[in-house]
Design a protein around this ligand. Structure first.
Ligand code: FRU
Length: 517
């Protein structure tokens, strides 16, 4: 064979093999993440239904995110644990399903820990491994274990399941969150039962003793409590002054309607949680409609020390109807949780997007510093900016404030838009959203979600906008509003609105955010 011919044949073979591999790998992928509404920097499943984050744990350089998943349909159904792994909590690699229903029941929410000292006896070879503690939903709700000896790649259920049997007097008994309590040297489980949280203790994750209960008549009580989490946080960053935070979600009657998350600050001595608040005080973690079933990572690296939470960005009022088809459900952007003393001297939970967000920043779309902006300037300010996924930061003088804010994901004909603003008359931060007539899916979706902001000289907002969500962090994360939105693809205009004479802007910066897929 001539040399030229030989090379031609070889090239054709190489190209054909490459094409075949490319074709096969694309066949395996059910999505390219470009569908309408597909979140670009928030986690969503490749396909079908997802609700709560589960089993969040860090181990050997990897963050594990499991989630409530129906692999057969895009509505809630028989629950499995889906699974994804990340090195930075930003980019996720989808993994095969971790836990499937069995003869005891389907797999509801729960948590995971590293059993560092083989307290379970599951890890005789390596001496440590991952243990998941979850609710089996079948004939009643009972609590069970599964373990992984290969860094979460495969899971085996414990043969003695369940480890806490169901109780016919407690129909809603679920969502165990387990952590190691250093002072009393035991595992502690927080689990919801009706409208309470129960605490259990164990030395091996297998045998559990009831410790105490919390919640009778406390906080928001309109719906059943779900998905508790309990952790200790430093106050104002001082590790010598700490408080415990009990986060617990409520299935209905939350601040923006439907499901939502509340928290209590107090003391936990390894047995009992005592809240610092009056029983009638309600602390909402988020004032939007779409922040539910929040959970924090277990076993964060000690040199890191952060408490990072992720929630299901949805609401049970309409979760089964939101207008996505290939997949349904997304997670919030991971948040770092802190305790801070506010201007009234009260200790509050503050949340901010984890700093890894910076790695997603693309082009700087807009920048302005120390400028007085009047009505006519305001109109022009963002007229040339087009953006669909972006981060907006603004610090603005509050003394001179009138009603002010942004219209985002706006269409040319102005029919499609979401407003994020501050009303000085009522001191309220708000997000106002509405669904377009052509995608109408729920009577509960349209509306204004708001929170009153305590007095201060300036107002600062950090806003994350993705293809189908907005997250607004105000005053260093003291107030957060998380809402789903469903704008048209070509609704990419932005407007700065001002109802008043002028405002002083200290800083306004907009960056596009890149896709994680
Ligand atoms: C919260 C929840 C949990 C339950 C799971 C079932 O959204 O209702 O209480 O374990 O979802 O999917």
């Amino acid at each position: 064979m001539k040399k030229g011919r030989f090379y031609l044949v070889i090239s054709v073979i190489v190209v054909s093999i490459s094409l075949a591999i490319f074709w096969a790998s694309n066949l395996a992928l059910s999505t390219d993440y470009t569908e309408q509404y597909r979140p670009q920097f928030h986690f969503s499943p490749e396909e079908n239904w997802m609700n709560d984050p589960n089993g969040m744990v860090y181990y050997e350089g990897e963050y594990h995110l499991f989630y409530q998943h129906n692999p057969h349909d895009n509505v809630w159904g028989p629950m499995y644990w889906g699974h994804a792994i990340s090195k930075d909590m930003i980019e996720w690699e989808h993994r095969p399903i971790a836990l499937e229903p069995d003869e005891i029941g389907t797999i509801f929410s729960g948590s995971a820990v590293v059993d560092w000292n083989n307290s379970t006896g599951f890890f005789d070879e390596k001496g440590e491994g991952l243990v998941a503690i979850f609710t089996h939903a079948g004939d009643g709700q009972s609590q069970s274990l599964a373990y992984s000896k290969d860094k979460g790649r495969t899971w085996e259920k414990y043969e003695g399941n369940p480890v806490i049997p169901s109780d016919p007097t407690i129909p809603d008994f679920r969502d165990p969150k387990v952590f190691w309590h250093d002072d009393t040297e035991k595992w502690v489980m927080a689990i919801t039962a009706g409208k309470k949280v129960l605490f259990y203790g164990s030395h091996n994750l297998i045998e559990w003793d009831f410790l105490s209960e919390f919640g009778k008549g406390m906080g928001a009580q309109a719906g059943v409590w779900e998905c508790p989490d309990l952790f200790e946080l430093a106050i104002d960053g001082d590790p010598d002054h700490t408080k415990w935070v009990l986060q617990v979600d409520i299935g209905d009657g939350a601040i923006a309607g439907g499901s939502g998350a509340q928290y209590f600050i107090g003391e936990f001595d390894g047995t009992t949680f005592v809240s610092d608040h009056d029983p009638e005080q309600i602390n909402w973690l988020d004032y939007g409609a779409d922040f539910y079933a929040a959970q924090s990572f277990s076993d964060m690296p000690t040199e890191d020390g952060r408490r990072v939470m992720i929630a299901w960005m949805n609401n049970w009022l309409y979760a089964n109807q939101v207008p996505t088809e290939v997949w349904r459900g997304a997670m919030s952007f991971p948040r770092e949780m802190q305790l801070m003393t506010d201007s009234m001297g009260e200790i509050k939970v503050a949340q901010k997007p984890i700093e890894e967000l910076n790695s997603l920043r693309g082009e700087q779309l807009f920048y302005l510093e120390n400028e007085k902006v009047d009505q006519s300037f305001a109109k022009e300010l963002l007229a040339d900016i087009k953006a669909d996924t972006f981060e907006l930061f603004i610090e603005i003088d509050r003394n001179s404030l009138s009603d002010v804010g942004f219209k985002i994901r706006q269409s040319d004909n102005l029919e499609d838009e979401t407003q994020i603003g501050f009303s000085s008359e009522t001191n309220e931060l708000f997000v106002e959203r509405r669904q377009l007539d052509e995608i109408y899916f729920s009577p509960y979706f349209n509306g204004r979600h708001k929170v009153e902001i305590a007095n201060s000289n300036t107002l600062t907002l950090q806003i994350l906008v993705d293809q189908s969500s907005v997250e607004v962090f105000a005053q260093d994360g003291q107030y957060v509003i998380t809402d789903l939105i469903f704008p048209n693809e070509d609704s990419v205009n932005m407007e700065f609105f001002l109802e008043g004479e002028e405002v002083f802007i200290h800083n306004l910066t907009i960056h596009s955010l890149q896709s994680i897929w």
